[in-house]
Design a protein around this ligand. Structure first.
Ligand code: ZN
Length: 415
């Protein structure tokens, strides 16, 4: 017989072993897929059984990209710009990618890959992509500015191999590469199960640029759905066999022009409109009732994976998690002659928010934390906070509205 003390030790050890094996048996893994340039109305019209079955587990929502139209965060509805808004959870005024040339990206605002690697260096990452620049320029693999961030596996760059993939006008070579990339993503995810993966497929955008809205585009969307389906099969296999907890987000980087669906880049409603499909089980009312933004996906993945976000990085995020509780969303800054008015949509009925102000933007130039002063508190349910302009020392300032579950930040631009 065990004595009382031995018995307690035995129970404690049993609990520890159980907790340990519980944690190991349910690792959280995430994958996000960008299908290039598919308008929400096209996606909704075309038969996409694979996306539908994923959405049936979690949800589907229309959303937006492009930052605040006419505001300081307005962001072109261009491909690489959108990918980087997803990766960093910030708009272009911060990440500084304004076009597909990716001329001077700011690596001060970390990508989701860097957040993961800084928090958990042992975590495994992968990219499967029909465009090389996603890894080398946006994620910034191997660069001093990203702390020599390294992905554990990459499968990309085939568009540069013109011997095996000669560039034809019909862009069949992109279709072939997308297929290759999706098969490899499915295979690798199935056998290796990396913690965080990005799959990027391009063909839909090429077809839309050439043909615009119509049967060719509809067919390209159906092909993309099949490609997603094979990746989802691999994930589902691991969920069932290995009891892993997987999160998937599928989205697009921009919509297209209303006239014929051939172009994008501007700020029209159809170009700004995107959509999201996810299997996430605990989607919040912001996802379900509002229009989530491209920048919300990164904080969602971070929350799902329980990543620690360093405070100076967290204060800069323009997105909010789409799962679990949040305090506020859709923050905005209005100005009158005498006042600055911070507004937000309350996402909880009780509690307070803190209002902080900084007259500097050291973070943008150096990555170092800014010093904030606490201006005051407000009820989160009030949805606004007014500041007399004579309280703001300079012409430029940035504000943080900090609630219990999340914060948002706003810039007051020079007059
Ligand atoms: Zn695009």
């Amino acid at each position: 017989m065990l004595n009382r003390f031995q018995h307690l030790i035995f129970i404690a050890l049993t609990c520890m072993i159980f907790q340990g094996s519980f944690a190991q048996n349910n690792p959280k893994k995430a994958v996000f897929i960008i299908l290039d340039g598919i308008p929400a109305d096209v996606l909704e019209r075309v038969n996409t059984p694979n996306l539908d079955r994923i959405a049936a587990e979690g949800g589907y929502s229309r959303g937006f990209t492009g930052g605040k139209k006419g505001g300081y965060s307005e962001t072109p509805t261009i491909s690489a710009v959108g990918y980087n808004s997803l990766l960093t959870g910030t708009w272009a005024n911060k990440h500084n990618v304004w076009g597909n040339g990716i001329e001077e990206p700011s690596y001060k605002y970390w990508t989701i890959f860097r957040f993961l690697k800084e928090a958990r260096p042992e975590a495994k990452t992968a990219i499967f992509s029909t465009w090389l620049d996603n890894r080398t320029k946006l994620i910034g693999e191997g660069l001093a500015e990203t702390g020599y961030l390294k992905l554990d596996y990459h499968f990309d760059g085939f568009e540069l191999d013109t011997l095996i993939y000669p560039h034809d006008e019909d862009k069949r070579y992109i279709l072939n590469i997308d297929n290759l990339v999706s098969f490899e993503a499915a295979h690798y995810l199935k056998i290796s199960g990396p913690d965080l993966s990005w799959v990027y497929l391009e063909y839909t955008d090429d077809i839309a640029h050439r043909f615009g809205d119509g049967p060719e585009m509809d067919r390209a969307v159906q092909i993309a759905d099949e490609q997603v389906g094979r990746i989802w099969e691999a994930i589902d296999f691991r969920r069932k066999k290995l009891k892993e907890d997987w999160l998937i987000f599928i989205t697009t980087d921009h919509g297209r022009t209303l006239e014929d669906g051939k172009d994008h880049g501007g700020q029209s409603d159809r170009e700004r409109e995107i959509w999201m499909v996810t299997n996430a089980g605990n989607l919040n009312s912001y996802f379900q009732k509002e229009e989530p933004a491209m920048v919300d996906i990164m904080p969602t993945i971070a929350r799902f994976m329980n990543l620690d976000i360093p405070q100076e990085q967290g204060l800069e995020l323009d997105g909010v998690p789409l799962i679990g509780p949040i305090s506020l969303s859709q923050a905005d800054l209005l100005e009158t002659e005498t006042e600055i008015i911070l507004t937000w949509k309350p996402m909880e009925t009780q509690g307070k928010v803190e209002i902080r102000m900084s007259g500097e933007n050291k973070f943008k130039t150096t990555g170092q934390p800014d010093s904030y002063v606490l201006l005051g508190e407000a009820e989160v349910s009030s949805g606004e906070y007014r500041i007399q302009k004579n309280q703001v020392p300079g012409n430029w300032a940035k504000f943080v509205v900090k609630g219990k579950h999340n914060s948002l930040n706003l810039w007051k631009m020079n007059d």
